[in-house]
Design a protein around this ligand. Sequence first.
Ligand code: SF4
Length: 313
Amino acid sequence: MNRPERFERLYAEVRGCERCPLAATRTCSVPGEGNINAEVMFIGEAPGANEDKQGRPFVGAAGQFLDELLGHAGLDRSSAYICNVLKCRPPNNRDPLPDEIEACRDYLDEQIDLIDPLVIVTLGRYSMARYFPKQTISRIHGTVKEVAGRFYVPMYHPAAALHQGGLRQVIIEDFRKLPGILQRARRAAGAPVMPGLAPPPAAPIVAARPAAPPPPPIPDDEPWEYEDGGADFDGEPPMEELAVAVEPSPTAPLRQERGAMPAEAVASPPRDAGAAAEPAAPPPAPTEESTAPGPTPSRIPEPITQPQIRLFD
Ligand code: SF4
């Protein structure tokens, strides 16, 4: 089974999942969407009301701000991958419960395995807690930690700016660091480094699939690297508290292949006319990678049994 097929299977499983009580109150599950070859993966918390109706992540007011933030990072929805810790909406947008997060964990593990991103950006407390337990977002937002060749960057959830206007610029500044972080991640992975902003390969937007073993603890023997945005993070964090959990990725070979990004990871396929209405993503600026010859990307058929979820292979 190839990666697009694995994604299809995962999304189908999430759509029919009844592992936790949220299955009884959701309208649609929200597996995620984005480029399966994305170098940057964003992990939010849980679907809200709009996401629950449409089956897509970040489509409300916070989603509009996220689109703006992606632009500040030289990214868009066709070049990144976006999902949540929980795939179904908690009633009245209450906080996710520990049992729900645990029940849904395998789906996110599988998505990370399949995407194998160079950079994981956590948006908000609950996704941050997956990698930075016992930390507070106000202390570590915008900082970066490299573990086993992957860079982890905790950030505020875009919705935080809707409630606290003062955070808007803070979040923007954090996102503006991403191109540089991505360059460093590419260097660490031995991948080509683009001059200036490095819009990741624009291509397919995808969706989700099933379980993977829980990630083993990340060694905390490396020092944190502080970015400007973490100015209120005053000193070395208590590393013994950072039982970051990241697994050695079984998809490591894929990351190696990114050194010469395959054409299908760069070309932006036409949007399906039958897909849910969404503003068309602007075509990516040509890069060295985008001019590389390669096979024409094939499009994964859109599911038609639920609100459309774009799948870019
Ligand atoms: S939140 Fe996750 S575990 Fe719970 S029903 Fe939805 S997909 Fe299944």
